[in-house]
Design a protein around this ligand. Structure first.
Ligand code: IPD
Length: 265
C-alpha cells in the first residue's frame, strides 16, 4: 500500500502544482470583486473554481481511473474504495479580491481515514504534503505542531461562514478569548489548518466546515502531531462537521471552551 500511496502522492503533487499555476493565471485583479459571482451569502464563485476542478478531475481520472472523486463544485463524480476530495480554490473570498491567502487543496481518504494531503498556495510559495505514516512537510521540510501549553500565549484562528448562526460564532469567539488566546480570521480553512500543522498558530476552530475544505489538511495535521476532533465521524464526509485542530498542549482547554460555547451542538 505504501508504494501505491507514494505514487498517488507524487502524481497528486504534480497535478496540484499545475492546477495552482492555472488558478494563479486566472486570479482576478485587486478591486475586481464587484463583478465576481456569489453562490450564496459570502460564498464566492470565480471562473477558476470550475476550470481548476475540471482539470484536477480529468487528470486524476486518467492516472487513477479506479479511484473515486468528489469536488466542491461538482459533487461526488466517481466512486471507488479511495476518494480524492478537491477544493479547487480554498479562500475564494480572498482570491476573488486579488489577495494572496488562498490555495488548491487535494486530499485522499479511505472510508474515514485521511491518507494523503497536498495543499499548494501559489501566491505564498508554499506547498504542504503528507502521506499517512510518513510525516508532513512544508516545501519539502518536515513540520510539527507547536509545543505551546499555555492558552494565554496562544494564537487561535476562529473560522467563520454564514452556515451557522452568528450568535453561536460570537459565543465561540468569547469562549476562546476568555481563555486568553489571541484570535485570527484568515478566510481559508485549509490554510488556517496547516498553520496549526506548521506551528504558526496553536489552533483552528470552526462551527461548521465541509469535507473539501479539510480533506487534505486532515492528513497533514495528523502527520504533524496535531490533535484533531473526529471530523470524519458521523455525517462529516457528507454534510460537514465542526472542527477543532490544535497543538496537543492546548487541545484539552480549547475543546472545553469550544464545548461550553456549544460548538458541536
Ligand atoms: C471557505 C473558507 C473559509 C471557511 C469556510 C469555507 P471556500 O471555503 O475555507 O475560511 O471559514 O468554512 O467554506 O469557499 O473559500 O472554498
Amino acid at each position: 500500500m505504501s508504494t501505491a500511496l507514494q505514487r498517488r502522492l507524487d502524481v497528486a503533487s504534480t497535478i496540484v502544482e499545475e492546477a495552482g499555476r492555472k488558478a494563479m493565471a486566472l486570479r482576478p485583479e485587486p478591486g475586481a470583486a464587484a463583478t465576481a459571482k456569489l453562490k450564496g451569502r459570502q460564498d464566492w464563485l470565480t471562473e477558476a473554481d470550475g476550470a481548476v476542478e475540471a482539470f484536477i478531475s480529468d487528470a486524476l481520472a486518467k492516472a487513477f481511473p479506479e479511484d473515486g472523486f468528489q469536488g466542491e463544485e461538482t459533487g461526488r463524480g466517481r466512486t471507488g474504495a479511495l476518494r480524492w476530495v478537491v477544493d479547487p480554490i480554498d479562500g475564494t473570498s480572498n482570491y476573488a479580491r486579488g489577495a494572496d491567502r488562498w490555495c488548491v487543496s487535494l486530499g485522499l481518504i479511505e472510508e474515514r481515514t485521511p491518507l494523503l494531503g497536498v495543499i499548494f498556495a501559489p501566491a505564498l510559495h508554499e506547498t504542504f504534503t503528507a502521506r499517512h505514516g510518513a510525516g508532513a512537510f512544508r516545501n519539502g521540510l518536515p513540520i510539527h505542531a507547536s509545543t505551546e501549553r499555555d492558552l494565554t500565549r496562544a494564537i487561535v484562528e476562529v473560522g467563520w461562514s454564514p452556515r451557522r448562526p452568528l450568535a453561536r460564532f460570537h459565543r465561540l469567539l468569547q469562549g476562546v478569548m476568555a481563555q486568553g488566546a489571541a484570535v485570527r480570521l484568515g478566510g481559508s480553512g485549509a490554510l488556517g489548518l496547516v498553520d496549526v500543522a506548521v506551528g504558526r498558530s496553536d489552533a483552528y476552530v470552526e462551527l461548521h466546515i465541509n469535507l473539501w475544505d479539510v480533506a487534505a489538511a486532515l492528513a497533514i495535521l495528523g502527520e504533524a502531531g496535531a490533535w484533531v476532533s473526529p471530523f470524519l465521524e458521523g455525517h462529516g464526509p457528507e454534510a460537514g462537521n465542526p472542527i477543532l485542530a490544535a497543538a496537543p498542549g492546548v487541545a484539552g482547554a480549547l475543546a472545553e471552551a469550544a464545548e461550553l460555547a456549544g460548538w458541536g451542538a
